[in-house]
Design a protein around this ligand. Structure first.
Ligand code: A2P
Length: 344
């Protein structure tokens, strides 16, 4: 079976990685269409050994597309995802536009793969990167021990903000090392050699939208609106890989040994937890460029009888975005999504 696959936002940080993951995992692609704005139409992107010419999304005819992976921002998804779905494509959308709609499944491939079948609008949403990496870790614990509450502080790399955000960290770092003004533009304040406790827009309750995504998406993916989540989302001057300091309170006590044993068996998770220098995952030493979610610093919370601490690190562009989108596409193939006949 050979599918016509479109990648929308193919020139972006996530889109580019979608292309390389599709090639690397040998996804059954018959034809691949790389789409972006008219700014980069006519340029080239790599797909395995091939070079593809980027086409302008605005003038592209989506009929014949089987699967469309969208990562070009919320407004692009809002306008074009329904058009692709109406033309018969299954849309896997990386923006937050449809995530909270009841008739759009929000899927982490290891956690709720069965949800891909419930797609009345032809749209499947890919979770936010910070929620994504937490789910393969929390799901098995929730199933056996019942999670009541999650306290999480994130340490999010700049690649989550797209290519321009990575360029800004590079530019500011170079500027500061040569005693020049860092000149913030993409970020509200200087990001180089700094931390910013502000990602996405402020909400009326004082949390940011990035923080509320962790609340809404955790409850939806784990299918349990009673789980309390208290997040703080922070941007850090790291290029690739998000980290999370996580404290959970369970209904039934889970020991650190039980958690380690459970997580060693969890799909998509790798335990790195030795009590020595470097015996824990970091974005640079473990996560960057890798598929699994890494977890370490597993320890019982001595301030709470049913508390557990974890340190969770993953490549936000891979598992946090592009990889999970491709894994959702693989679930569609496994379910037997019929490819459309080629038009003559
Ligand atoms: P373009 O290169 O033409 O701007 P990132 O998140 O790394 O900034 O990438 C965003 C991606 O979304 C890029 O591929 C970008 O393409 C694409 N994009 C942004 N705006 C539009 C648009 N209006 N139509 C199509 N693609 C868009």
């Amino acid at each position: 079976k050979q599918y016509k696959v479109a990648v929308v936002g193919a020139t972006g940080a996530v889109g580019e990685t979608m292309l390389s993951i599709l090639a690397e995992r040998d996804f059954p692609v018959g034809e691949l269409v790389a789409l972006a704005s008219e700014r980069s139409a006519g340029g080239k992107v790599e797909f395995g050994d091939e070079e593809l010419v980027v086409q302008d999304l605005a003038t592209f005819d989506p009929s014949g597309v089987d699967i469309a992976l969208f990562s070009a921002g919320g407004s692009v998804s809002k306008e074009y995802a329904p058009k692709f779905a109406a033309a018969g494509a299954v849309v896997i959308d990386n923006s937050s536009t449809f995530r909270y709609d009841d008739d759009v499944p929000l899927v982490v491939s290891e956690v709720n793969p069965e949800q891909v079948r419930n797609r009345p609008r032809g749209i499947i949403a890919n979770p936010n990167c910070s929620t994504m990496q937490l789910m393969p870790v929390l799901a098995p614990i929730h199933k056996l021990y019942g999670i009541e509450r999650v306290n999480v502080a994130t340490y999010q790399s700049v690649s989550g903000g797209g290519r321009s955000a990575m360029e800004e960290l590079g530019r500011q770092t170079a500027a500061l090392l040569s005693f020049q003004d860092p000149q913030p533009s993409k970020f509200p304040v200087q990001i180089a050699f700094n931390l910013i406790p502000h990602i996405d827009e402020f909400q009326p309750n004082g949390y940011t939208k990035e923080e509320m995504k962790l609340v809404w998406e955790t409850q939806k993916i784990l299918g349990d609106a009673s789980i309390q989540v208290n997040p703080t989302a922070v941007r850090v001057p790291v290029f690739f890989g998000h980290s999370e300091a996580v404290n959970i309170e369970t209904k039934k006590k889970i020991t650190a040994d039980e958690a380690r044993a459970l997580l060693r068996e969890a799909p998509g998770v790798e335990v790195v937890d030795e009590h020595k220098a470097g015996g824990y995952p970091t974005p640079v030493t473990h996560a960057s460029g890798k598929d699994p979610v890494f977890v370490g610093r597993i320890r019982e919370d001595f301030s709470h009888p049913r508390g557990l601490n974890l340190w969770v690190v993953a490549d936000n562009i891979r598992k946090g975005a592009a990889l999970n989108a491709v894994q959702i596409a693989e679930l569609l193939v496994a379910e037997g999504l019929p490819p459309k006949p080629a038009r003559s």
